[in-house]
Write a protein that binds this ligand. Structure first.
Ligand code: PAF
Length: 278
């Protein structure tokens, strides 16, 4: 496995793989890797000949009040995990490599970026699309793998790829969960023992609606009310709970097959998200 920090070297190494007629798979990450990331890496390994993983804690996707320094980092452990998965190339540039001081450009996918997580994090998705487009331009992957846990992010990136005629195919990986159902996230490390126990209610509330929908419930209001109550009882401070169309992210009045249920909840100061598709 090669480990590089410079854009030039990534381009050179990927070009050499292409000359050997290898297809290139890419998994962008912010590090602090867990099983969720590794399952995306395994998908990339299965679907392509040469796998590139980036590790970059992207400052432009953090809101001014969010603590970028608090984001977990463990490069040594990340590299060992990726080596074990058979990754070919890890790209871990510094902030100044990707954002020189005179950097002026932003990429925005309108509308989709200003709903759900975009309400409380108005700059977040612009930061994500800007960095993902930069990384795609550097790596030029045939496929790129993103997790369904960040469903809104996946929808926005798919839109960007379509709107900007990019040649990369987006592959979505399933949500990987802890044995009790909590969706894996680097942010879980910040939860106290008490909050960690209670946070499982996110998955439980989504499962409750899934079961109720199977039993005939279609009233969105009733479903969301029940979820709100369940989460509130476990001390979660709700940012949003919505039932939306999984392509347009527009709210739906009636639950139907394919409806996306999304939640964002604070446990103390840690914000967790989860979702399921009915
Ligand atoms: O999902 C993430 O970890 C990040 O948003 C991404 C896609 C690596 C961009 O920084």
């Amino acid at each position: 496995m090669q480990f590089v920090k410079s854009i030039k070297r990534v381009k050179r190494i990927v070009a050499a793989a292409r000359r050997q007629r290898k297809t290139v798979g890419f998994v962008p990450t912010m590090g602090a890797l867990h099983e969720g990331h590794l399952s995306l890496v395994r998908t990339a390994c299965k679907k392509s000949d040469f796998v590139v993983v980036s590790i970059f804690v992207n400052p432009t996707q953090f809101e001014p009040h969010e603590d970028l320094r608090r984001y977990p980092r463990d490069l040594t452990k990340d590299l060992a995990l990726l080596k074990n998965e058979g990754v070919d190339l890890v790209f871990a540039p510094s902030v100044r490599v990707l954002y020189p001081l005179d950097f002026k450009t932003r990429v925005t996918v309108h509308d989709l970026s200003s709903v759900l997580c975009g309400i409380t994090r108005p700059h977040h998705f612009q930061g994500v699309t800007t960095i993902v487009l930069k990384l795609f331009n550097i790596v030029q992957p045939d496929i790129a793998v993103f997790g369904k846990k960040d469903y809104q992010q996946a929808v926005i990136i798919q839109r960007m790829v379509k709107d900007l005629n990019l040649d990369t195919r987006i592959v979505l990986g399933v949500i990987v969960r802890e044995p009790d159902g909590l969706a894996m996230s680097s942010r879980n490390l910040h939860l106290s023992k008490h909050d960690r126990t209670n946070a499982v209610v996110l998955h439980q509330s989504l499962q409750w609606v899934k079961m109720a929908f199977k039993g005939g419930l279609t009233d969105t209001k009733k479903a969301l009310q029940k979820m709100r109550r369940m989460i509130h009882n476990k001390g979660g401070k709700i940012d949003y709970i919505e039932a939306v169309d999984k392509n347009t992210l527009a709210p739906v009045k009636k639950l139907r097959k394919g409806t996306l249920l999304v939640v964002a909840v604070y446990f103390s100061s840690t914000r967790l998200i989860d979702n399921t598709v009915l």
